[in-house]
Design a protein around this ligand. Sequence first.
Ligand SMILES: Nc1ncnc2c1ncn2[C@@H]1O[C@H](COP(=O)(O)OP(=O)(O)OP(=O)(O)O)[C@@H](O)[C@H]1O
Ligand SMILES: [Mg+2]
Length: 597
Amino acid sequence: MPDNQQRDIYRRLLKLVKPHWHRLAIAMVCMLGVAACTAALAHLVKPVLDDVFIEKKAEMLMVLSVVVLLAFAMKGLSDWGQAYLMSYVGQRIVAQLRQKLYDHLQRLPLSFFDRMPTGLLMSRVTNDVNLIQGAVSNAVTGLLRDSFTVVGLAAVMFERDWQLALVSMVVLPFAFFPVVKFGRMLRRISTKSQESMGDISVILHETIVGNRIVKAFGMEHYEKERFSKENMKYFKYVLKSVMVRALSSPLMEFFGGLAIVFTISYGGHRVIQGVSTPGGFFSFLTALIMLYQPIKKLSRINNVIQEGTAAAYRVYDILDTPPEMEDRVDAVPLPLMEYKLEIRNVQFRYGNVPVLKNVNLEVTAGEVIAIVGVSGAGKSTLVDLIPRFYEVTDGAILIDGMDIRDVTLSSLRAQIGVVTQQTILFNDTVRNNIAYGDIRRSEEEIIAAAKAANGYDFIMKMERGFDTIIGEQGVRLSGGERQRLCIARALLKNAPILILDEATSSLDSEAEMEVQKALENLMAGRTTLVIAHRLSTIQNADRIVVISNGRIVEEGRHDELMECDGEYCRLYDMQFAQVDNNSTVKIVTNVSGQVNK
Ligand SMILES: Nc1ncnc2c1ncn2[C@@H]1O[C@H](COP(=O)(O)OP(=O)(O)OP(=O)(O)O)[C@@H](O)[C@H]1O
Ligand SMILES: [Mg+2]
């Protein structure tokens, strides 16, 4: 990380500290107290030695005992005060930063999540933020408290013997040299080890969420190996950092020892000569020895700061990722009108890969459009553009003649109900999953939505009815049940525009019919785009649009399209072929090539 970037990070972290200045000020007073008491203790060695031990003044024994005791008590109190206050500030800042990071994650565009693995992001919000906490609370505390202490003790040394003090100070920079050197090294190692922790989190997340597939494909061993590789990598980085860290202490100790040996020989000489008293000399030596602790702590602090800034760099990297397209300054709420949809010359690329090429489509209010096409044709992509999950690369999408980029994102999304290809549910109660868009909905409305989605019966059969927790992604439900909950959620939202990416999970004919009925209830009276994988959906649509290779190639009603003998006929023969005697769909190979019964 270049130095100017590092300065930038310090500045940003400092900005977070600023609002807490009054706590910091009190903490600083406490730290000054710690430093003053420490210096006073070193200072007191002279009167104790000279007055009590050499001059044998009895009255001084009492006085000095009380003073020393007071100094220790004061030091303890101040230390406690500064520790509490600084932790408060540090933890507070980190809680703020974590919240900020989370809020920002919620505002990032889908394309960001396409790029970043979940586990990695989780590692950023937890591990990295904790490292910053270490940097902020420990480092600021140490930096102030320990440097005050160093100054106080140095003052005592100069007071006792300025010449000797001057010479000792020459040795000190040597003690600091390894500190600076190792700090840089540690930051590099820390960056690598945190990145490695991110990789571990990614594997962890993937294999826990996808454990069923790991088991089904017998990949436990493979995953164990994969994890073990990352785990060992992390172990090695940690070991490296321990080595560097552990090396800086003995090195400093050695240089410290050098200073002490020098002081004893030179100072002893001066006492023998009678230039200074034994008390003065021991007071000096005490200060020098006491200096060792804060300097050692200061050296560790540098490491903590280096780790913290490396972590802060990664956190700010996310915070600096531009959020989802902001509303234009003149954006207005989408006016409530008739909900006519127009897709005009739309092109779209994921990165550099063109997916949609010049798509034109008009949907009148209340019309149900079925979109069909082979897998990967661009159907999901096309409908993702309407709630602006992704921004069109070229062309425009208009609702009632208004470009959707001219309206506020929140008002646009409020008018659109979405049922996605993957059923996405949360580890919460059935009730909260249905009422996800607006958790203040009344019980009656929620029940009505569940009934319309043909879900009421199965919900009531569950142990705790609407209060049943359905597990992460709804794992405790069947595929069809999950779909019906998603449909109930969209029904409750009651949005005038509906986007439906039919899920392709195989359902038996009874469940298929249940879901179909639920879908029909959902589509009634709404402007609907439905990516159809079921014949029944296609037959119920007002118009069918065939997408091939990012373009609309055919449009019309089922029977019209069947006459043309084009792409639709081919798709139909291949995928929607119907063999049935009680007018329900029997074997239908859906668009993705899976088999539905
Ligand atoms: N997030 C993404 N990043 C990059 N490319 C993507 C992304 N999502 C889809 N694609 C690519 O865009 C193309 C169209 O994908 P899309 O999901 O729109 O297909 P689809 O018609 O919905 O297919 P299916 O019927 O299988 O759902 C595919 O080639 C796919 O690989
Ligand atoms: Mg799709």
